[in-house]
Design a protein around this ligand. Sequence first.
Ligand SMILES: Cc1cc2nc3c(=O)[nH]c(=O)nc-3n(C[C@H](O)[C@H](O)[C@H](O)COP(=O)(O)OP(=O)(O)OC[C@H]3O[C@@H](n4cnc5c(N)ncnc54)[C@H](O)[C@@H]3O)c2cc1C
Length: 388
Amino acid sequence: MGRHLVLIGGGHAHAALLARVNRITDRGASVTLVSPEPIHYYSGMGPGMLGGSYTPKELCFPIAEMCRDAGVRFVEARVERIDATSQTLTLSTGDSLSYDVLSVNTGSSITPTIETDRVTIPVLPVKPISNLLIAQEHLRARGEEGSHILVAGGGPAAVEIAGNLRRFVQSLGAVPDKNTTIELMTGRAVLPGFPPRVENRVRRCLRLLRINVNRGEYVRRIVGDEVETTRQSIRPDLVLQATGVVPSRLFADSALPTGKDGSLAVNRYLHSLEQKNIFGAGDCIWYTPEPLARAGVFAVRQTPVLATNLERMLLEPASKLRSFAPGGGYLLLLNMGDETAVFVRWVFGIPVVFAGRWAWRLKDRIDRRFMSHILGARMPTGVAHGIE
Ligand SMILES: Cc1cc2nc3c(=O)[nH]c(=O)nc-3n(C[C@H](O)[C@H](O)[C@H](O)COP(=O)(O)OP(=O)(O)OC[C@H]3O[C@@H](n4cnc5c(N)ncnc54)[C@H](O)[C@@H]3O)c2cc1C
């Protein structure tokens, strides 16, 4: 029997890895991917889907089908525990699965910072991205009647969601400022951690879009249909929560070494500090050499290193592992929902900030190229299927 690689989660890194998994399977090892859902949405295009720029198909990784095409066994389940001593996983289905080498790409979910009690209005975390389709359904049901929408959070995801909500409600015939209000309850600031120049540019764009920005205000509790913030009580029709992310408890529950937020602590080879046959990538890891932002771009940058190291650990255990170099800052492109984007790039430590249609076109091109790279590797047409 060949050695067995198990991939937990079908996030950005594992979806990209499937394109080259034949380098492992062709050499006699078997591969299994475990994920609770047979499809996964690419978050970079999620706000654009909410606004109506993309159909769900255009940002869907059909993970189960990609596995089938690549000769990888797909198991639809959530991993509940990793027993590193017996090299066995406990699945939500009650089954267990053993591995020789393990890779985790389980991402993160929205931090539950808001207390809730007998809630009667829709309150949707913006991850998983499929929740944005549910938000559209709620707004469609209200149609031209208009809505009061509250977005809790002030980071890039919250800003993009607010801008794209405006585009979506307009497409339904609702009129922002007349029968529709979109409020961003940012907490500390808009884009906390970014210099004031960036915040000011983004706030100017939000003002033009007639999105109310409540800076310094936090959502505390939701009781029934009433939202209590640090300054007022309001009754919105829909709440979207984009209040930062947290990894699952899987690693802490499995007594593996973790970072301070519970993510799997890994070294520069992307392997667990204690278990040399457990690797990870994306939002679910704590990269001990230096802190990394929770951004999909790092999951993507880590994929070639993860793939090489998994191959070596499985098939050439005596060979040297490759180390990951994060590659400095990254280009931030915020899709504002009106076919413009805010462009932010650090040049010699100074943020260069622009906004315009060309920045949106650049983001659109980068995102579409990423999708066709992943899907095109298996289907020449580059068309996702299996969902509508
Ligand atoms: C609205 C929004 C827009 C964003 N836009 C951008 C952007 O433009 N650029 C950017 O760089 N970042 C962006 N981000 C951040 C980005 O979403 C994350 O950094 C990225 O999703 C992390 O990717 P990942 O591969 O680590 O995990 P994910 O994409 O979160 O995937 C994890 C997968 O693992 C599965 N899983 C979880 N737990 C288990 C388990 N126990 N067992 C089995 N499977 C499990 C999940 O179901 C999921 O399929 C955005 C985030 C949001 C919310």
